[in-house]
Design a protein around this ligand. Structure first.
Ligand code: 13P
Ligand code: SF4
Length: 375
């Protein structure tokens, strides 16, 4: 049943080149990242954004990778900071009729798909994701057409149009139990788009998975050899790895998990030092939640390094306090999803949320151990 080397579809994109609209390359994204603010400016913008959230009856739903001030604003105003699974659940369940989603576009789209009657705003609609960009719906539909015998499982980091074709959506926090469940039913899987997360799930479950060949530009750059060298300098450190990272990095992990699961590991594990292989925006919340612990960035340098991201997602970095103010004050940055696509995409997200709701809480909240763990 296991495919030792799964067949794959390849979609290579050069994120240094602008697309036709000029909107999607990393250079464009970095150019839109706002300059650092003075403490006074930060305080004033935060107060203005909080006032607008209150006045518009809106709630801020933020990802752990966005600017620390935005994360703090979300917490202080009754919103949430979380991984992509919890962002989807929180937005669906909250009574506010306006959701401001600070993250990347697929997160705003998931919120709109689950809550079509709500207004979903984003600080910058150009904030996208290399996984989403690397899986265009036309090519993906052709891939699915060629393999009608397979259950289509897509990662959350995809467009609404790609989700509309899927049977299941998963996030990094629940991909493993969901694929294990499908494998136990004897299903063969078509997986898209992240080759590293897909490879990790395939190795852990032994499922038959046909893979799309996408990657996250941030996690793809973590380096196995350099991580080995860094571990020698910090022999007591626990290694925490997001599963979008390459196999050589995942194989050295004590814990593999979603952003929320990695945060939980920093808080709960009995260790002082942690080497963390995920976007360094995550460190803001980790430092707040576990102030006495030493957090070290996993290396992105070394042989073959291109450092398009240097462990920070340019599209996440585009989210700013000023963007929150502008979208609330001027109504710009609204997420709209065509109804036929929305209603088809809703099915695969609901299937995931129903599956998660039926699990014992620990099955999803728990970080995954690799079983290979660092020595
Ligand atoms: P999480 O669901 O783990 O927060 O991951 C989202 C993401 O985009 C990571 O790069
Ligand atoms: Fe996409 Fe990677 Fe950015 Fe996450 S960190 S949004 S997977 S490009």
């Amino acid at each position: 049943m296991t495919t030792a080397s799964p067949a794959s579809a390849t979609a290579q994109y050069d994120y240094d080149q602008q697309d036709a609209s000029g909107a999607t390359c990393t250079a464009h994204a970095w150019a839109k990242v706002p300059a650092p603010l003075t403490p006074v400016q930060r305080r004033e913008l935060k107060a203005r954004a909080a006032e607008l959230l209150r006045a518009r009856g809106a709630v801020l739903v933020a990802h752990y990778y966005v600017d620390g001030d935005l994360q703090d604003l979300a917490v202080e105003t009754g919103g949430c900071v979380s991984d992509s699974l919890e962002m989807a659940r929180f937005g669906r369940d909250h009574s506010a009729q306006t959701l401001v989603v600070a993250g990347v576009r697929f997160m705003g789209e998931s919120a709109k798909i689950l809550s079509p009657a709500k207004r979903v705003l984003m600080p910058d609609l150009d904030a996208t994701c290399s996984l989403d960009l690397g899986c265009p719906s036309d090519a993906f539909n052709a891939f699915c057409d060629a393999h009608p015998d397979r259950t289509v499982v897509v990662y959350a980091n995809t467009s609404a149009a790609v989700k509309a074709r899927a049977d299941w959506m998963v996030t990094s926090s629940c991909a493993l139990p969901i694929v294990r469940h499908l494998h136990a039913q004897g299903r063969k899987i078509l997986w898209a788009p992240d080759r590293h997360l897909g490879g990790y799930i395939q190795r852990e479950t032994g499922a038959d998975m046909l893979m799309w060949n996408g990657a996250c530009i941030v996690h793809d750059e973590f380096k196995g050899l350099e991580l080995e060298l860094l571990r020698r300098e910090h022999p007591k450190a626990k290694i925490l790895v997001h599963p979008e990272s390459p196999q050589q990095v995942v194989e050295q992990a004590d814990v593999v998990g979603s952003t929320a699961q990695l945060l939980k590991a920093v808080i709960e594990l009995d260790a002082r030092e942690f080497i963390v292989a995920t976007d360094n925006g995550m460190f803001h919340r980790m430092r707040q939640a576990a102030p006495g612990k030493v957090l070290i960035e996993a290396p992105t340098a070394g042989n073959g390094a291109t450092c398009k991201s240097c462990a920070h997602c340019p599209w996440m970095a585009m989210n700013a306090l000023q963007g929150v103010i502008d979208c609330l004050a001027q109504g710009q940055g609204e997420i709209l999803v065509d109804e036929p696509i929305r209603s088809r995409a809703e099915g695969c997200i609901r299937r995931m949320l129903d599956f998660v709701a039926a699990q014992p809480a620990a099955a999803i909240a728990q970080p995954m151990a690799t079983g290979m763990g660092a020595a």
